[in-house]
Design a protein around this ligand. Structure first.
Ligand SMILES: C[S@@+](CC[C@H](N)C(=O)[O-])C[C@H]1O[C@@H](n2cnc3c(N)ncnc32)[C@H](O)[C@@H]1O
Length: 219
């Protein structure tokens, strides 16, 4: 029978624990959402300040989105993945589990809050998946400016919303025809949405599963 790393007891327990942690942090998240800083969510310049307020809050993708990431990684037989926005590493766990079940590969993931990068490293180690993951610490605009893989099969955008279009430009040269770009809460970045839905024929793009935009590189 085919392996499903997500069903391993250590990952089930870890994802359950991280889900409880995320539920407990909802009041703190709500407080930031209702504060004067909420307008910084889509900022292209003050995103560091905004995410500083969220540095102890996990902000993970939902289980449904996590399972979708696993399925898309498996079904496309992806080997090279890039993630913008690691946080505590929940989405990275789903992606890395799929890489494991694909027979191997590598994820580059990016996080500028040092305590979050450390927690992600701990969680990925506990999941037994850290050997597939490179965590680039620092602002992704800088850490993705060099040493990208020649080819990327899948990109997940889940960091500062105002930067989606800029991050896509950074990594675009590595996207092979047929590769997928998934953008969480893409409606917060109209510049990105119009980029991937434009009629230049470089992407085919559809809104999917709530707030997720899925785009395929055409050529
Ligand atoms: C929504 S959370 C990511 C959640 C994660 N994908 C998951 O499912 O567990 C966004 C994260 O991106 C980080 N981030 C935002 N902008 C960034 C940037 N420019 N460079 C690096 N990290 C960034 C934030 O600190 C935050 O932890």
């Amino acid at each position: 029978m085919a392996t499903n790393t997500l069903n391993s007891p250590q990952i089930i327990q870890l994802l359950d624990r991280l889900s409880i942690e995320a539920d407990r942090s909802k009041p703190a998240l709500q407080a930031v959402a209702e504060s004067d800083a909420s307008h910084l969510l889509t900022s292209k310049t003050n995103y560091r300040q905004f995410y500083g307020l969220l540095k102890d809050i996990p902000l993970p993708v939902s289980r449904e989105t996590g399972n979708l990431l696993y399925m898309l990684t498996r079904s496309t037989r992806a080997q090279h993945i890039l993630e913008f926005g690691t946080s505590f590493g929940v989405s990275t766990i789903y992606l890395a589990a799929a890489l494991r079940d694909n027979g191997g590969g590598r994820i580059i993931t990016t996080e500028f809050e040092p305590t979050k990068a450390a927690r992600a490293r701990g969680n990925l180690t506990e999941a037994g998946l850290i050997d597939l993951v490179e965590i680039r610490e620092g602002d992704a605009l800088e850490t993705l400016a060099h040493d990208l893989p020649e080819t990327l099969d899948l990109v997940l955008l889940d960091g500062a919303k105002g930067l989606y279009a800029d991050i896509l430009k950074r990594v675009e040269a590595s996207l092979r025809p047929g590769s997928l770009v998934l953008a969480d809460d893409a409606h917060h970045c109209p510049e990105f949405v119009s980029q991937v839905r434009s009629d230049e024929g470089r992407y085919l793009s559809v809104p999917l599963a709530g707030d997720l935009e899925m785009s395929m590189r055409m050529a």
